[in-house]
Design a protein around this ligand. Structure first.
Ligand SMILES: N[C@@H](CCC(=O)N[C@@H](CS)C(=O)NCC(=O)O)C(=O)O
Length: 233
């Protein structure tokens, strides 16, 4: 009965970098959950009922209660399962506040990447400029935030910023292949590049994020046809 009460269900969509952040956080903390793949062109009645404001994934149900908005859910997970390591946010209030600030800034990568892709036919006209600007700010900010570099990365010590940056940029390689230009440039963004590529190599991250070929096929479809919800290509 206890188990049933504690049930966790995540509604996501395979290419949603927002939903992936929640999925990765649950896995990092070792929290058992059920997963429901949403078809966003035909949303489930549960998604419409429990996220009536935005009707978006991720949606998390815990003990039958709904939570939406990825950052809100990530903080909820950390606070609810604060007995499970790793802690995604630091305990010191000032450090927590600083991580929150960077987390909400970094979340813009997902939306900006999506917007850039919708107009990816205008690559020459700077469709990715907004994204490049965010990456530049992240590059400088993170160098100060992790003065000694983000060293010794492993699944046991991942934090909120690791989760957000790696999921936000999960599609970068596939996107580069489809649009034929560098998006995460090791010369312009050496810190973020090395951070993200190291995170992408972690087995837990690899098994959570979509496979490269599936991403290429979906992004190619979006580039040619515009953004339409499809659970599969
Ligand atoms: N701010 C939201 C964004 C979530 C979001 O944009 N989800 C997209 C999929 S990536 C969605 O469900 N879109 C459905 C719709 O717009 O109707 C979050 O952080 O969770």
């Amino acid at each position: 009965m206890e188990e049933e009460n504690d049930r966790v269900t995540l509604h996501g969509m395979w290419i949603s970098t927002y939903a992936k952040k929640v999925e990765l956080a649950l896995k990092i903390k070792g929290i058992a959950f059920d997963y429901v793949e949403e078809d966003l062109s035909n949303k489930s009645s549960l998604l419409l009922k429990y996220n009536p404001i935005h009707k978006k994934v991720p949606l998390l149900l815990h003990r039958g209660k709904p939570l939406s908005e990825s950052l809100v859910i990530l903080e909820y997970i950390d606070e609810t399962w604060n007995n499970l390591q790793p802690l995604l946010l630091p305990e010191n209030p000032y450090e927590r506040a600083t991580v929150r600030l960077w987390a909400s800034y970094c979340l813009q990568i997902s939306d900006t990447m999506k917007k850039a892709f919708i107009s990816a036919r205008d690559v020459e006209e700077g469709a990715f400029d907004e994204l490049f600007e965010i990456l530049k700010v992240m590059e400088e900010g993170m160098k100060d935030f992790f003065p000694g570099g983000r060293s010794k990365i492993c699944a046991e010590n991942l934090g909120l910023l690791d989760i957000i940056i790696v999921c936000s940029l999960a599609t970068y390689k596939a996107a580069e292949e489809v649009v034929g230009m560098k998006i995460l440039d090791p010369e312009k963004n050496p810190f973020v590049y090395s951070w993200v590529t190291t995170l992408l190599e972690l087995p837990l991250v690899k098994e959570t994020l979509p496979p490269h070929d599936k991403l290429v096929s979906r992004l190619d479809f979006i580039k040619k046809n515009g953004f339409r919800f499809q659970s599969n290509v």
